[in-house]
Design a protein around this ligand. Sequence first.
Ligand SMILES: [Zn+2]
Ligand SMILES: [Zn+2]
Ligand SMILES: [Zn+2]
Length: 144
Amino acid sequence: MAPARDSSSLLREAGLRATAARVALLNALCATHKPLKAAELRRSAGRGMDLVTVYRAMDALEKAGLAKRIGVDRTSASWEFAHRAHHHHLVCRGCGELEDVGECAVEGLEKRVLGKSKRFASVSDHSLEFFGTCRDCASAARAA
Ligand SMILES: [Zn+2]
Ligand SMILES: [Zn+2]
Ligand SMILES: [Zn+2]
């Protein structure tokens, strides 16, 4: 989902300076409907940006609540625009490849979880990742 406002004003509203790197990276995030790895962000943000700049800018976007980090560990981390509609992910244990799962099958579960809880008054959100093996890793394993 594209934001109603442009990236510079999103950044300023989040209390960040709208540097060229942050604007370019936020644009790249908003324009894509899948999680992006650092290398992919760097490619779509354009020339002249090194990976250190990407990581530093993404840290800032994350802290400001504009980007969401997804993934098993830091080396295979991906980000997506934080204001996207609720969804889940498939994550490859082999290479960290991510895929969006559009449908949420566990919304009724929140009520059940809350019903069983003794100490919680409400459940506002949940996160769920499905782990497995992507097709590339599966065929690499077959070839080896
Ligand atoms: Zn894989
Ligand atoms: Zn996603
Ligand atoms: Zn869900």
